[in-house]
Ligand binder design. Sequence first.
Ligand code: BG6
Length: 479
Amino acid sequence: MTFKKDFWWGGATAANQIEGAWDVDGRGLAVSDVALGKDQSVNYQKQVQFTSDDVNAALADQTDQLRPKRRGIDFYHRYPEDIKLLGELGVNAFRMSIAWSRIFPNGDEDEPNESGIKFYQEVINSLKEQGIEPIVTLSHYEMPLNLSVNGQGWVSRKVIDYFVKFAKICFESFPEVKYWITFNEIDSIMRHPFTSGGIIPDRSENLNQDIFQALHHQFVASSLVTKLAHELIPDSQVGCMLTKITTYPSTCRPEDVLAAFNKNTMNYFCADVQAKGEYPKLILNYFAKENIKLVMEPDDLQILAANTVDFISLSYYMSLVAAADETGLEMTSGNTVEGGKNPYLETSQWGWAIDPVGIRISLLELYDRYQLPLFIVENGLGAQDQLEKDQTIHDPYRISYLSKHIQEVGKAVDQGVEVMGYLIWGIIDLVSASTSQMSKRYGVIYVDEDDQGHGTFDRYRKDSFAWYQKVIRSNGNDL
Ligand code: BG6
């Protein structure tokens, strides 16, 4: 298997799922602080949808008891220990995000919060000391709650300026960071407008219109920030980030193939804009049909065209199935989506299809479409783990999932796909994005914390820790 010499082997996280310390050192409230802990019996739609009532209840709640993302895994205080463990694991890359509300608590201040900058400077320095390259996401499922409550988040054009200002502070403060991702899963605003765009749906008169307007603002912001990164950090590379949800037709009936094509077209749409620099014609046609009218400034399209991304990053967890007529199709959940269940595939404890070949298909299709380097910045298995009395954790299911996926990545590489690296999602157990559960664990490092926040918060190495260590040492040969 031929992973290149400087392949990035690592792990990925997001600030709102690890840091905790939600009210410490001047951090402002973020949209992620609204999410309540849920369990997996909650329908996926309800897991990721929020209302004005949810927001008001969160504003009135001064504790972290019901809202696990406020607790995270206390990375804010424990990062030195965590980064040491990552050093021992041998990763050469670590994906993290910067909480916007730690730098600009309300999003619209003139001056940044120095304590926030200091915290990230220390984290980045600690990573560098361990020889670990920081891969930094500017926006991962959070924005200052103030911008949401007082302006419907990204629907407001003003947010572009606030975001560019935030990014500029980050580039000036952390010039040693060479790899930047602008928006995590930018397409996800179509599935969860509050988490990804600060849009409170029941305050919107035309939700679909607002979602695409907000997305347009994110595209423009992403392009402006890409330009800025290249100017301020000359050897930097900036990527977009796509939730890669590959959809297969449920049968070879042409109508089912068409249904799958339409889903995949929608899935590619954001990467099309960010990699090719223009809205695809099929999407413009969809807008016209749905009566979606984007408000643009005169040079928006030129900004998009002039500032395309250097690489495409993606998350990949599962695939889905589509049919022209979904009545009778057994449904299952996936990464904040629902779709047809594939009878040929097993599913995780959360119902997500386990499809290693799907990652290879996804990489081949993406590379064929864009001819840009691809960076797998999230892949992994959410599963319940058992901490044994002797403080070991045996997770052969995770090793099997990861091993099979890496093998397929290797095959894609052998077929000519340019892959920059592979990062395990939630390399250290963290709070789930959709359900806010701790019991949905992704890490090779275990965190002793339960869904209610009980536990010592101590860290333990799972069996997958030693396994991944070996994979990294062998540059992906010993799987
Ligand atoms: C991705 C997100 O969509 O999926 C992560 O970028 C998230 O933030 C991951 O944690 C897994 O989803 P979940 O809901 O199982 O945490």
